[in-house]
Design a protein around this ligand. Structure first.
Ligand SMILES: CC(C)(COP(=O)(O)OP(=O)(O)OC[C@H]1O[C@@H](n2cnc3c(N)ncnc32)[C@H](O)[C@@H]1OP(=O)(O)O)[C@@H](O)C(=O)NCCC(=O)NCCS
Length: 153
């Protein structure tokens, strides 16, 4: 099977939306009727696209996987020439029939290579318990330098 990982642009928005739908329906266990989803998705992407980098994973030319990086640019400081940035990894998803073959890991490598090239000071994510070994293999480690507040705390 021919696999590839590429950065997605606006032209690939339908592939990204289709993967978002597939993930939602996988979790729900049934098709989800929502006529407004495509419009809401496009409005969201239009607002977000300048600060988000999305990768799509392809198998035999079909988009079967995605991940994106929300880029935070810190407030500039006097005397600092380059922007100081970090990222939040989100929406990492591989269609079930393409899982456990390394495609997710290769997407993760593409994302972390980008973050390194750009000089990001950190990449953060919130893993599901099942995906922890996946992210550990990708070079992530449990964070001890962040704090989180959950509702009601
Ligand atoms: C997590 C995910 C993107 C990995 O993609 P992949 O192509 O299977 O990745 P790889 O083949 O490189 O690695 C396989 C690893 O993925 C993880 N994994 C496998 N199935 C998974 C699932 N249903 N949910 C979460 N993680 C899973 C495991 O850590 C597995 O390694 P292990 O069996 O040694 O523990 C993919 O399983 C997925 O889309 N899961 C559902 C969505 C999800 O949970 N995303 C992460 C949210 S934080």
């Amino acid at each position: 099977m021919a696999e590839a990982i590429r950065v997605a642009g606006w032209e690939q928005r339908h592939d990204v939306a289709a993967l978002r739908r597939a993930w939602t329906e996988e979790n729900a266990g049934h098709p989800v009727e929502d006529d407004g989803f495509t419009d809401r998705f496009e409005e969201w992407l239009e607002r977000e696209q300048d600060q988000r980098v999305t990768w799509l994973g392809y198998a035999d030319g079909e988009a079967v996987a995605m991940v994106n990086l929300l880029v935070f640019t810190r407030m500039p400081r006097p005397g600092e020439s380059a922007p100081n940035q970090w990222g939040y990894l989100a929406n990492c998803y591989v269609l079930p029939e393409h899982r456990n073959g390394g495609l997710g890991g290769r997407m993760l490598d593409a994302l972390t290579a980008y973050a390194d090239e750009q000089g990001f000071v950190r990449v953060v994510l919130s893993p599901s318990p099942r995906s922890v070994p996946f992210y550990l293999r990708g070079g992530f480690e449990p964070a001890t330098s962040l704090m989180v507040r959950l509702p009601g705390s």
